[in-house]
Write a protein of this length. Structure first.
Length: 105
């Protein structure tokens, strides 16, 4: 009777064991914007929330050690949120993400 719950807990714990450390470098620059970075197994994610009354253009560069940085960008509408993601092909111990947002014209 308790086996399905134990199995589900084991799957959740093992999935978290694959996560890697993520460092977010972000300076809002006076904008009402929030960002949170995390990893989920083999995927790195940055969630950007726009608190302004205008759209923002956000660019993220994902850096895994000496490899070339991988860029992603998104337009975040006023009052909305968006997620930028990257799936590294190599083993990651620590990932650095540089995020920059400015007003979208």
């Amino acid at each position: 009777m308790f086996r399905p719950a134990a199995l589900a807990a084991l799957v959740l714990v093992s999935g978290n064991a694959l996560a890697f450390a993520v460092e977010l470098e972000f300076e809002p620059g006076g904008l009402d914007v929030a960002a949170e970075a995390y990893s989920d197994g083999r995927l790195a994610l940055v969630r950007v929330s726009n608190g302004e009354d205008f759209a923002l253009r956000c660019q993220a560069v994902f850096r895994n050690g000496p490899e070339i940085g991988r860029g992603r960008q998104v337009i975040v509408a006023a009052g909305e949120a968006a997620t930028l993601s990257w799936a590294p092909k190599r083993t990651v111990v620590r990932l650095r993400i540089e995020l920059h947002c400015d007003r979208h014209r």
